[in-house]
Design a protein around this ligand. Structure first.
Ligand code: NAD
Length: 483
């Protein structure tokens, strides 16, 4: 299946006709080509988005909400197709792609459609005047997304951007183009006005860079790695573009001495290894109170040892392939670094350590890995690995747990496991991060703010925060009594 660009309602090759191969990481097979877009493609897409923006912005928010519902209906009809494409592109278990990626992509459109219907006018009365706040569209917005949750993350931006009256030039990851194309097929099928959604495929430094630099694109919503985010900010900020940056994480799972051990172990496994550890919110550093550390670790190792790593379409698979062999090698280099830094591998390890994972040895597979005995400040314990690797660290007091949790340059998420909810809440407030779950993980209410502090990003998305980002407030102050 080839991924073409979608511009002005038409699927087209890149302007210069160049393509990239699309590889299935579970098999190593080339499954199609991807349009390799560049500056010239961005010009055409921005032109289409500029042409479409006036009519789109002229619709009421409720009319646009109806379009979002139609997008959700269209995606719902293609739910299995979304899951199949996502699993083929990423190597993730098909069951996970059905449950998480496909469902959430539909939910994002529905959610923002419903948010629109709950909006109240923003009016501020003074004794002699009335202020009315209008939420105007920005115009054309650029959306750039990563490969780990492809349509889930893209639709999280597309839905609120459209709702607020913007038109879009989007660039999904070059590793995972297929569901962005599916979204465009749905847009075409339902008759969404042409030029409202435009999707360009290709490499970040080529087409992504041209999106960042285009003077007619007024805002950039970017999700991806911290190093890329720094470059995005350096390029777009001097042009005074509005910026939302959702970046990397190295999140702590904090297990207090009064935790329900079974729940904490189950939660730590889910937080550590969902999607092969390739979720920005993954709990890749486990901090556990010394008094329960041995028993917790024994149970954790037992659970992780039992995880089934294998082909994405096998219903028993819990960990599929990683996104690519290159990424797998990067993850393995961190496991080797962990050993060099003095860590002990309790289960898993590099392919050299474990032997091949599939009978053929093909595919970007890696056993889930636990490393113990590292300093909490070691590179392996503080740098984002973005794979199925967790480190374990012991603490003696709440203060020490908080200090350890805060000792990375990241601040995206985390979880605390305790039977004392007040105690957990009080600790949560002292963690430098954007979201903390207590006795759960990745339990999302889409109305709440989502985003990170420190090097995990700038700004928040979700609910009214997304509506705020994708609009420009205009305050009209009307003086009442003319003297
Ligand atoms: P990445 O930064 O390599 O790429 C992200 C996107 O940016 C891709 O579409 C890529 O093509 C594009 N890009 C690369 N260079 C660019 C440039 N010069 N100009 C414009 N665009 C450019 O990230 P990735 O490897 O695709 O994804 C993994 C990272 O994403 C991890 O660090 C993870 O933590 C992060 N992530 C964060 C969140 C969040 O919400 N905070 C969610 C998911 C993933």
């Amino acid at each position: 299946m080839n991924a073409l660009n979608y511009i002005d309602g038409i699927f087209v090759d890149s302007v210069d006709g160049s393509t990239l191969p699309n590889v299935n990481p579970a098999t190593g097979e080339v499954i199609g080509t991807i349009a390799r877009s560049k500056k010239a493609d961005v010009e055409v897409a921005v032109h289409a988005a500029m042409q479409a923006r006036k009519d789109w912005a002229a619709l009421s928010m409720l009319e646009r909400a109806d379009w979002l519902d139609r997008m959700a209906d269209g995606l719902e009809q293609r739910k299995e197709d979304i899951a199949q494409r996502e699993s083929t592109d990423t190597g993730k278990p098909l069951a996970l792609a059905r449950r998480v990626d496909a469902q959430r992509s539909i939910d994002n459109f529905r959610f923002f459609a419903n948010v629109a219907r709950q909006q109240e006018p923003e009016v501020f009365e003074m004794s002699d005047a009335t202020n009315v706040v209008h939420r105007n569209p920005i115009g054309v917005v650029g959306l750039i997304t990563p490969w780990n949750l492809p349509l889930y993350l893209l639709s999280w931006k597309v839905a609120p951007a459209l709702l607020m009256g913007n038109t879009i030039v989007a660039k999904p990851s070059e590793m995972t183009p297929l569901t962005a194309s599916l979204m465009c097929e749905v847009a075409s099928d339902i008759g969404l006005p042409v030029g409202v959604i435009n999707v360009l495929h290709g490499y970040g430094p080529e087409v992504g860079q041209a999106i960042l630099e285009h003077p007619s694109i007024g805002a950039i919503s970017f999700t991806g790695g911290t190093a890329t985010g720094r470059h995005v900010a350096a390029t777009a900020a001097p042009m005074f573009k509005k910026l939302s940056l959702e970046l990397g994480g190295k999140n702590a799972t904090i297990v207090l001495d009064d935790a329900d051990l079974d729940a904490a172990v189950e939660g730590a496994v889910r937080a550590g290894f969902t999607n092969g550890g390739q979720v920005c919110l993954c709990g890749s550093r486990i901090l556990v109170h010394r008094s329960i550390a041995d028993e917790f670790t024994r149970q954790l190792v037992e659970s992780v040892d039992a995880m089934i790593c294998g082909p994405p379409d096998d219903p028993s698979t819990q960990i599929g392939a990683l996104i690519s062999v290159e990424h797998l090698q990067k993850v393995e280099s961190y496991i080797e670094l962990g050993v060099e830094e003095g860590g002990t591998i309790l289960t898993g390890g590099t392919r050299k350590m474990t032997g091949p994972i599939t009978p053929s040895g093909e595919g970007a597979y890696l056993r889930p890995t636990i490393i113990d005995g590292l300093e909490h400040t070691a590179r392996t314990s503080t740098e984002e690995i973005f794979g199925p690797v967790v480190t374990i660290h012991r603490f003696d007091s709440e203060e020490e747990a908080i200090e350890m949790a805060n000792s990375t340059e990241y601040g995206l998420a985390g979880s605390i496991w305790s039977t004392d909810l007040d105690r957990a809440h009080s600790i949560a407030k002292q963690i430098e991060t954007g979201i903390i779950w207590v006795n759960t993980w990745l339990h999302r209410d889409l109305r709440t703010p989502f985003g990170g502090v420190k090097n995990s990003g700038v700004g928040r998305e979700g609910g009214r925060w997304s509506l705020g980002f994708f609009s420009e407030p205009l305050n009209v102050c009307i003086k009442r009594d003319q003297e």
